[in-house]
Design a protein around this ligand. Structure first.
Ligand code: SAM
Length: 454
């Protein structure tokens, strides 16, 4: 077998796209991953990194472009780590994402469910209700934008096509204030400076905006009181301005301490007809309209009746359970973040729902408590974070013996693993459907129906 070396140039046909958005080609039995290519491209490829069983390459020359290719409509998509799919048609992107999901269920889960048609998104731009902009020091000037691909170098650019245009105006206003007042940006190498991130949220229906400034030290952040007032004077839709303190040397954006400068630290939005209160620390799907389609389909999978009891594990602010509460006898939600549970308890009252209980705690630990107190839900919804469910959660879900488990996951690889474990615990993986909540990026949501085996 011919061995490839760094800087070798080879002709390569791209035959697939991997989960992380890289194109895949094969050369004499060696797999080669290449960024920013399309299935069907024939390229002249420079080998840039040689690993034991695969290589990384980059396009030296496009010999024969794929029919999936389109012209990127973003001036920074080549450098930004956000969009991996601006150079291919949205149809090709949906096909790739659907294949990611099927591959995970077949290869990792060894499962053969029925695959329902992939649900693409009507709007592929301006769909996000949330943005987090890193702030950095650039030779004494505070700059704000996005991290360059696979790095923590901040590129100054705020006009992201995925986010509402008003976000750029707000960020530019904040950065002008920061530089006029010589507020030091955080330097993550020297571990110095004050302002780390600007984090914005906007209710897709309500239009209400939350501004959250992540700082290293509340005590040094008094100047932001003046900024908060100026922001609300300039932008009518800003309902709350909050500080978040994060003094740790970490990639995690938010710390745990919050301080409201304007408003009560929350905004409200509508999700599936319910009014939802949202705090900075609470999870809330970034693409509201597409999340609604996902949750409505989840309700269909759940097959609820007026006698059903429903357990919503990893419930966040309660959005999913509350969207189904009126169809069931009883709803129990479980979530580990107290701020999200506080929101859920407000949401229950605001929406006049009287049959719901929300519990703050780890899903597995609370599932065990619920099992021991004799709870036997008819349906369990599980919508875990990227790492999926842990073993105790899956075991106690199965022990409670629901007729149906509806899983929602933003990580099809851990979802496939968890469905395989649930298979060992007596559940068959019947239906799988992909939902694109994140056009132009590699992320995708998966909805799964598992039913109790006879
Ligand atoms: C993908 S979000 C889903 C939230 C909610 N279902 C929604 O759609 O808005 C996952 C949620 O799981 C919560 N979470 C993470 N680890 C947890 C754990 N061990 N136990 C309970 N909840 C957890 C997170 O805080 C987050 O709110």
């Amino acid at each position: 077998m011919e061995i490839l070396r760094k800087n070798d140039i080879i002709e390569l046909e791209i035959t697939d796209i991997s989960n992380d958005g890289n194109g895949v080609g094969h050369y004499n039995g060696i797999t080669i991953f290449v960024p920013a290519v399309a299935v069907g491209d024939v390229i002249s490829c420079r080998i840039v990194m040689v690993k034991k069983s695969f290589c990384y390459g980059r396009v030296e020359n496009l010999i024969n472009p794929s029919e999936d290719r389109i012209e990127s409509d973003c001036p920074v998509s080549k450098y930004c780590g956000g969009c991996s799919f601006r150079h291919i048609s949205y149809e090709a992107e949906c096909l790739a994402k659907d294949k990611f999901i099927r591959d995970s269920f077949e290869r990792i889960g060894k499962l053969s469910p029925e695959y329902l048609s992939f649900c693409g998104c009507k709007d592929t731009d301006l769909y996000r209700n949330k943005a987090q902009y890193p702030v950095a020091d650039d030779n004494g000037k505070a700059v704000c934008g996005f991290y360059a691909r696979r790095s923590h170098r901040v590129v100054e650019y705020t006009r992201c096509r995925l986010q509402p245009e008003i976000f750029s105006d707000i960020v530019e206003f904040i950065m002008a204030f920061v530089n006029e007042n010589h507020i030091p940006a955080y330097n993550e190498v020297a571990l110095k400076g004050l302002l780390r991130h600007i984090y914005l949220r906007r209710g897709a229906y309500s239009g209400q905006i939350m501004v959250c400034l992540v700082v290293t030290d509340f005590k040094k952040a008094k100047v932001f009181g003046k900024l908060a007032v100026l922001l609300t004077e300039k932008f009518n839709d800003i309902k709350t301005v909050v500080l978040n303190e994060n003094s740790k040397n970490t990639n995690v954006i938010l710390g745990t301490k919050m301080k409201a400068l304007v408003g009560d630290g929350t905004i409200t939005d509508t999700m599936c007809g319910n009014t939802i209160s949202i705090s900075p620390l609470s999870f809330y799907q970034v693409n509201t309209q597409q999340a609604e389609l996902l949750y409505y389909k989840a309700a269909e999978f759940a097959g609820l009746t007026p006698d059903s009891t429903l357990l919503d594990l990893y419930c966040g602010t309660g959005t999913i359970g509350l969207s189904m509460a009126r169809q069931v006898k009883k709803l129990v939600g479980v979530e580990v973040i107290q701020a999200a549970i506080d929101n859920a308890n407000v949401n229950v009252k605001t929406n006049g729902i009287t049959n719901a209980e929300f519990i703050c705690g780890d899903a597995g630990t609370v599932a065990k408590v619920l099992y021991e107190r004799g709870e036997r839900p008819d349906v369990i919804i599980a919508d875990p974070a990227r790492k999926g469910c842990d073993r105790p959660s899956l075991e106690y879900m199965a022990k409670m013996s629901p007729d149906r488990i509806v899983m929602i996951s933003c990580n099809h690889t851990t979802a496939a693993r968890d469905c395989a474990i649930l298979g060992e615990l007596g559940y068959s993986c019947d239906k799988v459907m992909g939902f694109d909540l994140f056009p132009r990026t590699t992320s995708v949501e998966t909805l799964i129906l598992l039913t109790k085996k006879n």
